[in-house]
Design a protein around this ligand. Structure first.
Ligand code: C2E
Ligand code: CA
Ligand code: CA
Length: 707
């Protein structure tokens, strides 16, 4: 059905005009790629082409004679109407709407996004129009895709936290992101079109030029390099740069993409860390790691070119005393002062390091003879000759030096330090302020010593150490009044090892503290098992030997107090045996410890009396409860008369000072008689019994109370 609005006859006439003319509508409009309709002044579609029918899903018959509004979505109908009417009033213009959200309503109710054009068709004074639509979906899709690409680019470039820059093939900036502007301190405008020289550290301009040459010549694909920038405020930045060329399909460079990283702080931090990792924080000297590195280099040089070198290990003598008497702050200052003095005598080819604590290492190179190494040792020791003035105190500090001289034949560098350490041990043994040069016999001795300490440690852990007790007898009554606790090591292979040997070894390590604590615990526990005995109901005391190291241990008194508390032993039943030598090492400290012991009610016996300093004035000051006269007076090897006189003097002195005198090592009745005549109070020796296990000590006590 054909519906015609308006002057039907007139319209028919126009249509037939065209039909009859040489230019047929059909031919013209069917040739167009766009959907096209001829509309009369009322909007009635007078003609539609096949493309329009196809696009909208209608047949031509469905459309011809119907108003075009049927193809306009409801929301656009008013607009369409107005637009067509306005167009009709100025029929000479051609209107094209593209890029707008215009659509036609298809037969199935879907909408088709289109560009839209109206062209006037003035025929015999009537304002008809040709309306054409073009499906723009493909273009729209392409635009959306393009927008997405742009969005992605913005996120990847503009919003990237890494500074990024694009440059043309002459390295002039074509784009920079915010992070880049921030890094160099320039605004975007200041950078566009310029090359990187404006923010490159002058000396590093060549780096950029070189990388440009390499990528442009095809020598490199991507270049990663580090260069310095100059921030607008003058700061120097260290920047890591990755330059990648963007290429077209044929591989031709189009432009460059720079992705960068400011590594200024990272670099500074790592420099600081590597300094810290290689230097001692207190003295600023090289540390062990750096020293070992230099030693390895020196070793390689000696292996290659021959020659002689030496490692010297220095250890400060009794440095602990400085810390103890002046405090750690002064101790630290002294270490710094010593480091400076050593530095002053360090030759430029040599190296000095703080090895830890109060130990220093010195590497001497280019020596012509072993004597040169001894000269170096003397020079280092000489640097300490003058006292140090710290915090108002004048402090004298000496050191001992172990010297290891080596040449290309010495294999391992780690062994060199160990050998210097062995020599140092020997130097210490010779006395303070000395040096010793390493010899291979020292190493054998050292290895033996080391092996024995290991065995001792192992035996201690597996319970092969035991305390034995030797009775102490009152000479006038023959009553047992106490026992001396003596340590026994049952070596799995060598049998009983004498304590003189292993105690001295343990003294050189912290093991002595563990052994001492063990001895204390065992002895105090044993003593608490000794019941009062005899008519006088004597509760025997125990005397426990305390080593030098242990005596200087600040935890000693606390440890003892804990032990007697736990065992429930009356404090006056414990006596510490301290040798004269140990007690007189540091009188001030000894007096402090003795005062603490005194307050707890624990007594002290001065052991091996007569073999050390035997200073009478100190004896009075120390005021020990017991003086143990050394065995050498009781069993003299020669000059019996003289030793008798000395023994008499000691006993008299002790009695006068109100101290108990005990004679050690009494083996014969004759020796006992002599001591009785001198009115010596107590005795100890094989005449009565050697040291025995506690079970035997208990039997001994029972038998004594039975008689
Ligand atoms: P010391 O403190 O002078 O111990 C006395 C030594 O003389 C002991 O040797 C003892 O067995 C021995 N002795 C006792 N009576 C006689 C005798 O009539 N004739 C002879 N010839 N010797 C006698 P021991 O047990 O071999 O101890 C040697 C040293 O080892 C001790 O000398 C002491 O300095 C040290 N020592 C032993 N046990 C310990 C301990 O638990 N701690 C510490 N720090 N040192 C210990
Ligand atoms: Ca003793
Ligand atoms: Ca002794």
């Amino acid at each position: 059905m054909v519906r015609v609005l308006g002057d039907r006859d007139e319209s028919e006439r126009i249509v037939s005009y065209f039909r009859d003319s040489a230019l047929s509508w059909d031919i013209l409009l069917e040739a167009l790629p766009d959907g096209t309709a001829v509309l009369d002044e009322h909007g009635t579609m007078r003609y539609v082409n096949g493309v329009l029918a196809e696009l909208t899903g209608y047949s031509r018959e469905d459309l011809v004679g119907r108003n075009v509004q049927m193809l306009v979505p409801a929301r656009h109908r008013d607009t369409e109407h107005v637009a067509r009417r306005e167009h009709a009033q100025d029929p000479n213009t051609r209107l094209i709407w593209s890029d707008m959200d215009l659509s036609v309503l298809c037969r199935d109710g879907s909408e088709l996004s289109v560009d839209f054009a109206l062209s006037p068709l003035a025929i015999e004074g009537r304002a008809w129009v040709v309306a054409a639509i073009r499906d723009n979906r493909a273009q729209r899709d392409a635009e959306t895709a393009q927008a997405e690409v742009e969005l992605r680019f913005r996120v990847a470039f503009e919003d990237n936290m890494a500074p990024m820059m694009f440059t043309d093939l002459d390295d002039r900036t074509i784009a920079v992101n915010d992070a880049f502007c921030q890094m160099v301190g320039y605004a975007r405008d200041e950078l566009m079109g310029k090359d990187s020289k404006i923010f490159t550290y002058p000396e590093d301009v060549g780096i950029t030029e070189e990388t440009l040459r390499r990528v442009n010549s095809g020598e490199a694909d991507q270049v990663r390099y580090v260069k310095r920038y100059l921030h607008k405020d003058g700061r120097v930045l260290v920047v890591e740069v990755l330059r990648s060329p963007a290429r077209d399909a044929s591989g031709k460079n189009l432009y460059f993409v720079f992705s960068e990283r400011d590594i200024t702080e990272e670099r500074a931090l790592s420099a600081q860390l590597s300094h810290q990792a290689l230097h001692d924080s207190l003295t600023g000297l090289a540390n062990r790691a750096l020293f070992e590195d230099r030693l390895a280099q020196a070793h390689a040089a000696v292996v290659r070119h021959g020659g002689l070198a030496a490692v010297l290990m220095l250890d400060l003598d009794d440095f602990k005393g400085v810390n103890d008497s002046y405090g750690h702050i002064v101790g630290d200052q002294l270490l710094v002062g010593i480091a400076r003095r050593f530095e002053q005598v360090t030759r430029s080819t040599d190296s000095l390091c703080r090895f830890g604590g109060d130990e220093f290492l010195y590497l001497a190179q280019g020596l012509t003879s072993p004597e040169d190494a001894i000269l170096v040792a003397s020079r280092l020791l000489g640097a300490l000759a003058e006292p140090f003035f710290i915090a108002g105190a004048s402090i004298e500090q000496r050191a001992s030096v172990g010297v290891m001289v080596w040449d290309a034949s010495s294999t391992e560098t780690s062994q060199l330090i160990q050998d210097a350490d062995v020599a140092l041990y020997e130097a210490k043994r010779r006395g303070k302020g000395h040096h010793a040069v390493f010899t291979s016999s020292m190493r054998a001795k050292e290895e033996n010593r080391f092996a024995t300490i290991q065995e001792l440690r192992h035996s201690f852990q597996s319970g092969d150490l035991e305390m034995h007790y030797q009775p102490i007898v009152e000479l006038s009554t023959s009553d047992v009044v106490g026992f001396e606790a003596l340590m026994r090591w049952h070596h799995p292979k060598h049998g009983l090892v004498p304590p003189d040997i292993f105690i001295e070894l343990a003294e050189q390590s912290d093991l002595i503290l563990e052994l001492g604590a063990f001895a204390m615990h065992e002895s105090v526990t044993a003593a608490s098992s000794w019941e009062p005995q005899g008519p006088r109901a004597i509760s025997p005391y125990v005397t426990v030997n305390v080593s030098a190291h242990q005596f200087h241990d600040p935890n000693l008194v606390a440890m003892i107090e804990r032990e007697i508390d736990q065992a429930g032993l009356a404090p006056d039943r414990l006596i510490l045996e301290v040798t004269e030598t140990v007690a007189l090492q540091d009188i001030a400290e000894t007096l402090v410890v003795m005062e603490q012991l005194n307050r707890l009610g624990i007594g002290v016996a001065l052991d091996d009396f007569g073999t050390g300093y035997s200073s009478l004035s100190y004896l009075a000051a120390l005021n020990p409860r017991i003086i143990k006269v050394d065995q050498s007076f009781v069993r003299p090897q020669h000059d019996l008369a003289r030793s008798n006189t000395l023994l008499e003097a000691i006993v008299t002195l002790g009695n006068k000072l109100d101290m108990v005198v005990l004679a050690e090592g009494i083996e014969t009745a004759a020796q006992l008689k002599r001591l009785n005549n001198l009115h010596c109070d107590l005795g100890q020796g094989f005449l009565w019994s050697p040291a025995v296990p506690n079970v035997e000590a208990l039997t001994m006590l029972e038998e004594a109370s039975d008689t």
